[in-house]
Ligand binder design. Sequence first.
Ligand SMILES: [Zn+2]
Ligand SMILES: [Zn+2]
Length: 332
Amino acid sequence: MKNKVLELRKEGIYCPDGDFFVDPRGNVERALITHAHSDHARPGHSSYLCSDTCKPLLKLRIGEHSVINSLPFGKKIKIGKATVSFHPAGHILGSAQVRVEVGGQVWVVSGDYKPQVDQTSEHFELVKCHGFISECTFGLPVYRWQPEKIIHQQINQWWSENAEEGRTSLLFAYSLGKAQRVLAGLNHEIGQIYVHSAVFPFLEHYKNAGVKLPEVIKIKKGHEYKFDQAMVIAPPAVEDSTWTRKFRTARKAFASGWMAIRGGRRRRNLDRGFILSDHADWDGLLEVIRGTEAEEIKVTHGNGDALTKYLGEQGRNCSVLEGARIRGEEEE
Ligand SMILES: [Zn+2]
Ligand SMILES: [Zn+2]
């Protein structure tokens, strides 16, 4: 990056005038965190700054004793010579785009984002800027999401059908963000809802933030449950574990943006795949990138080649943020 606002160091995106990093690796003095997913929020930094609603989730992730300060969305503060504010990214609860202004130049680091409306996170806010660093996890035209209402209907329909057959529905969804989004759309009248213990701790913070979630039962070790026609939400990490063995006769599904590609479901021996993503789809990426009116666009977090090429053909100054081809999104 040639701009004076941000530069790329080995730990990640750095602002020299404010002496801070955004979502860094390693051990830095001051880390600004876009959201509480583990590929953005890592333990080991001296101090953290995030949005107010991100703070309790970040605490759960990196530990009670870390130094975490937070800001309400939209509030501007000075860090060194930089003016910094957080703006909703619509990805998960508390997820933020970080706006950094130095000498009249504005850059925005998107973190993960989704312009599509959902009931469990603050609505995405479009921020005008000179430079935009955009994620591009789903930066291919094959990724186009349907409204979440339709996906919620599909999930409830699937649950009803399984319940009529007397079977349990086991739905895998990432424990922070996706699980809560699935829960918010479930029709509680169909049956009892259980959640894996990895999903449970986040729920109270969603409720504290005003998100409506149905009543659930936390599955505890050593307890016996009659799951019958219940819906069970668990993280995909336990899919092949002994934990899942007790659901031998259950119908199994996975809710993820990756379910949009063929093979994503077959590979995993699932009965269903629900295409529900917390990231922008192809159209969402284009809509936001155009909307920012940024003169310079850097893409990261995914393979940005298709998006860079497409925007380049439209006369836009877009390139992949070198050294930042980071894959391995924990939640997708
Ligand atoms: Zn994320
Ligand atoms: Zn991410």
